[in-house]
Design a binder for this molecule. Sequence first.
Ligand SMILES: *[C@@H]1O[C@H](CO)[C@@H](O)[C@H](O)[C@H]1NC(C)=O
Ligand SMILES: *[C@@H]1O[C@H](CO)[C@@H](O)[C@H](O)[C@H]1NC(C)=O
Ligand SMILES: *[C@@H]1O[C@H](CO)[C@@H](O)[C@H](O)[C@H]1NC(C)=O
Ligand SMILES: *[C@@H]1O[C@H](CO)[C@@H](O)[C@H](O)[C@H]1NC(C)=O
Ligand SMILES: *[C@@H]1O[C@H](CO)[C@@H](O)[C@H](O)[C@H]1NC(C)=O
Ligand SMILES: *[C@@H]1O[C@H](CO)[C@@H](O)[C@H](O)[C@H]1NC(C)=O
Ligand SMILES: *[C@@H]1O[C@H](CO)[C@@H](O)[C@H](O)[C@H]1NC(C)=O
Length: 919
Amino acid sequence: MASLTLRLAVLACVFICRTDVALTAQNVIQLQNNEYTDVLIAINRNIPEDQQIVDRLKEIFTEASEALYIATRSRAYIKQVKILIPNTWTRQPQYLPPGTATFDRANVRVDVQNPLYGDGPYVQQTGGCGVGGEYLHLTPRYVVDRPYGESNWGPYGKLVTHEWGHLRWGLFDEYGFDDPLGGSYPHFYVSTSMGIQPVRCSAYTAGSYQNPVTQSRCQVDPATGLPEADCRFIPNPNGNRATGSYMFMQFLPQVEEFCHGGQHLFSQGGQPNPLSSHNREAPNKQNALCNGQSAWDVMNKHQDFANGANPPREVVSTVPDFVLLQEKEPMMVLVLDTSGSMRVLEAQGDPSGGILFLMSDGQENELPDIATVTPQVLAKGIIIDTLAYKRSADPQIESLALLTGGKSYFYSGEQGDSTALNDAFTASVLSRDDRTGGEATIQLVSETKTLNTGENYYNELYIEKSEGRNAIFTFMWNGGVPPLIEIIAPNGTVIGQGDPSYHVMSDTIQVNVPGVAQPGKWSYNITIVDYYYQQVDILASCKGATPDSQPIKVTAQVSTISLNGSSLSESPALSIRASVTKGYLPVTGATVTAFIEKPPSEDVDELLLLDNGAGADVTKNDGVYSRHFLNFTAGGRYSVSVKVNNEQGEAASIVVTGTARRGHSAALSKDAEAFALDKNAVHSEPLDQFQRMAPGGVFELTDVPIGGLSRLDLGPPSRVNDLKVIRVSHDNLTVALSWTAVGDDLDQGGPAALTDLRFGRNFTELADDFEASSVVDDSQVLLGDLTSPSPPGTLETVVIRVPERGENVTFVFALRVCDTVGNCGQPSNIAAANLEYIPEPTTPPPTTPLSQPNKPNSNTLIIAVSVSCGVVAAVVAILAVLSVKHCCCKRKKRVSVTPVPDGIALESGQPPNQPLPKA
Ligand SMILES: *[C@@H]1O[C@H](CO)[C@@H](O)[C@H](O)[C@H]1NC(C)=O
Ligand SMILES: *[C@@H]1O[C@H](CO)[C@@H](O)[C@H](O)[C@H]1NC(C)=O
Ligand SMILES: *[C@@H]1O[C@H](CO)[C@@H](O)[C@H](O)[C@H]1NC(C)=O
Ligand SMILES: *[C@@H]1O[C@H](CO)[C@@H](O)[C@H](O)[C@H]1NC(C)=O
Ligand SMILES: *[C@@H]1O[C@H](CO)[C@@H](O)[C@H](O)[C@H]1NC(C)=O
Ligand SMILES: *[C@@H]1O[C@H](CO)[C@@H](O)[C@H](O)[C@H]1NC(C)=O
Ligand SMILES: *[C@@H]1O[C@H](CO)[C@@H](O)[C@H](O)[C@H]1NC(C)=O
């Protein structure tokens, strides 16, 4: 214990104010008695002070509350909103202390543009259907400039209600969109009963088709049987009868409901309105990921409304209360047990917003225990990061971290070369800049090596060109003669003993690279000269190359903190996700590996995380890499860390030049011009070698059945949600289909055993009874193989022959994948193919593009204001039994298709096919 304390003290002193991010527990919005409370909005500290932002946020959320109350049929409205003002803004007496509110935990962020979306509001959504998003991103211009916001996205209250669907209930968009990064959903489809249709919800939404690029009528492409890629559905702005849906075109005047699936859902909410009926045939993201369920189907399963929770209630007013909070520099307190820990914090002034790093080995007998202090801690607004350093530690400590918005770590102390302790501590102490949205320190390396006398240890690391300021290499050992260290720069220069940047302290050697470290390969060479073996901790960190450069940022998290071992095979619902970004833009093609340290013997599993939009991964190429974890061994704590590098040399950052008008989850804009995405604005730029380490959190496996876990088969293959018709040929009677292969067990393991592909001519029949539908047999397969699926993550393509073609001939397809023991996954999304005759164009379509007004360059970011925090001493109190030891460190400065023959061409201005008839 003593040496542990000492080591932490050393770490604290050496690393204060430096590190990369750990997982974030998002602020939890409460819903009770129809009232949402604790909605947290935070303004980034890089946003120049502007009182209008605060005033407008109040107006926007007042309008949102009213719209939400109507949309939920009197079942929910916003009662209380907290607005967190950055500490770069003028202090005002009415501002309250922040409590556990931090920028990175906020449900709504006001921050500079994400270049992919410009001022388009969007929700960062990384979970599957029904899993709420991380945050809603609004730009200062969107917030403040009402005429601009309304002319583009419609009334603010309605826009926020659309986004609330993503953020709170895990709904997806019901419109088609082009994603330059690969996650596109089509704008049109062919219905088995209605022919070519625009993707829309409800199907009563009236409008016309137009190609805004050529400004002429839409033509049908014989290769797909659908309107050409640039063709768009333009809603009738007035006189549109459809009342749904919020997840489609929230800006239409009559839209004030979410689409619903039927009468039974409204046992408490009055009669269902047929004008908001769900269109489950439209191949949008909502249908693909939610298995054809309507928005209300999903909402009714959410805890907000499940089992009749929050039945409709008349309220006098839906106006929320607003509480203004202001950030402050958090204090850090390290405690080794819970007793007396609050008093520590209070000794330093108002404890609100303080961070307490709580370590527990489960050995404490002293009162008060965790259950006793929890309400007190919550009331005081203290964030608690926890470190369990023995298996026996009280499982409640992770819940305590979750409740207060803290992070949890686990260190078994049983494995010699584990870096868990260092990682936990550096991440906790040093992530304060991230929590407040400031300039982060990048953790490049964290490793621990046990080396014998005379032994050498040599390793390499890469510094990428957007990083390298304040590069520091730190080596720590437990006593004895200092090891000899050599740091070799990319140009061959060796920094060793005697160099002015080589500092030897007690048990620590630190090399501070002057200026900005050269990009490229750096290496370190350690030689042990002591007569005994030594355990050496190696840490390397740096900042961005300039205060405004956007270095690669990695955050990782597990989807849950506790899992029930007795129901694993029914819901092996644990996924690990890592987000790899530069600013708000994704880094694609990186090698992302999760390391899972498992009980009972601290085996470490390696799991490659993927960003392919399949299995656990929701959106392709969004910089979020995900995978299910299934290889459970025993009950107890599992600890996750993530390593990211460019081992395959395929990593690229997404760069946006000019304005990409909208991308995936950004809200649909009213502006027809905005429907045409400027594809040329989005580029991918190869990245040099780099690396990152990030802790991924801790989860606990409980209720392991007597006799242990059955390790035979942990689940059927995942559901395929990206089945697409990529080509049709009327002449050859063929359809080409593609999808991403899943694994034998969910999204992993070896390739699955069989692809069960079905087809039909009636959407309803295939959707309602997959097993009764016709099987595509091997004689129909012209290319590809249904009997030997590809390895998980790879793109599968088959070409099959269909039995018919001609006018009104539409085939629908769905598949499920089965494993070696005969377990089959859920049927996939449904893809349709139009087998009617479409003549080839005889002349190329007109190419006059729409004139594009000059827009401000959305790449221009507001540069961080330099903030000196030297005066704010981070107080690290080490409380061991009764002795209190202070270790104060100064903070460093932070800156922070010829027209086609009649009957096929879709004329500009011509109304689309009639809405679906009333049921
Ligand atoms: C599709 O099948 C359903 C259920 O069997 C039936 O009610 C419907 O009329 C069929 N639709 C068409 C267009 O044949
Ligand atoms: C080589 O790199 C070191 C460390 O970055 C730097 O101090 C030195 O000036 C460089 N030498 C040359 C010749 O470029
Ligand atoms: C590391 O340092 C030792 C001792 O100076 C030396 O013998 C060895 O060659 C060095 N290794 C590398 C790869 O530079
Ligand atoms: C785990 O699941 C079993 C059976 O489904 C149930 O009896 C038990 O209470 C669950 N444990 C927890 C902690 O929820
Ligand atoms: C699963 O866990 C076992 C036991 O720890 C280990 O031997 C095996 O390598 C793991 N499998 C994978 C694919 O990681
Ligand atoms: C039809 O089949 C022929 C012969 O296999 C092939 O050359 C042609 O590309 C196919 N057409 C389409 C549209 O697939
Ligand atoms: C195709 O459908 C249209 C509209 O439902 C109908 O008028 C036409 O007769 C159908 N053609 C064939 C060959 O069934």
